[in-house]
Write a protein that binds this ligand. Sequence first.
Ligand code: GLY
Length: 345
Amino acid sequence: MAQGGPRNVVISSNNGLACNEIAMSYLERGRDTLDAVVAGVNSVEDDPNDDSVGYGGLPNEEGAVELDASVMHGPTRRCGAVAGLRHIKNPSKVAKLVMEQTDHCMLVGEGALRFARAWGFKEENLLTEKSRLAWMVWKQSLRDAGGHNNWTDGLDAPGKPSARLRGAFPGADEELLAYAWDRAANPPTGTINCLALNAKGEMSGVTTTSGLAWKIPGRIGDSPIIGAGLYVDQDVGAGGSTGRGEENIRVAGGHTVVENMRKGMSPTDACLDTLKRISRNYNDDKAKLAKFSITFYALRKDGVYGSASLWSSRTRDGKTAPQRFAVNTGGKSRMEDCAYLYASF
Ligand code: GLY
């Protein structure tokens, strides 16, 4: 994954194919690298079908969508972030305004919302029918020690629970219900991280997410934490992450990736080394590590880039296969293989 010299490059997580093309079109028109990556991820924040970012992102345990985002601008060495932001579907734009229009680095919760309101952002219901269904399925899947849940009907209720759920969501077909059950059982920490370099050697990055599905209200992951979900050093390069934020915060992953590159590691090795630190936090116990996923992305100032995930994925017939990340060096985006620390089992 090595090509030489500053030039237009955009990389992002595997949900970033279209994002990267938008960002690249900005770079090709000579626009600023931060404008480029924010415009790119806005398309994912606006997409109701990406349930890990922005509008349609899976909510907290109370059904409220809380969004986190951070931005870093290499040339000015500035940053901004918002966390626990409700009702505003483009937290990355608000994070950019925190960077540009305040002398703070991060706003959270109600304060972030008031700031967004002051700047004219429209408040919206970010819960789609699809994400509401997944949330209701999750609530109904919970049980106390006696097997009871107040959110499912009593012993005297007629019909099967699945039929009643279908009645409450008449638009839900089998595929949608299967999706909701999968999300209830496996709460995702999706996210998009997008990093860009232009031909002048300028760099910026953004990370935006709805965070861990079904989280405790107020939980903040790694995405808005400068140095964890994102870090850019104009002298070296940029690093970012998707996946379980709690693990990333404990190794300051974005910063670690960049510092590793400063010490001379390739972008891919910088990501792998950061994953090793996460593994070390569990004494390399694969049974524990198998309970989460996390991926790092790195873009060096000379245009060399890489990515590595904690686990590989598996093909349908059980073979080890790399995870993928999205790359654009001009024209259409493509998927490239991530390195991985462990082959999934
Ligand atoms: N990486 C996103 C989160 O954990 O919230």
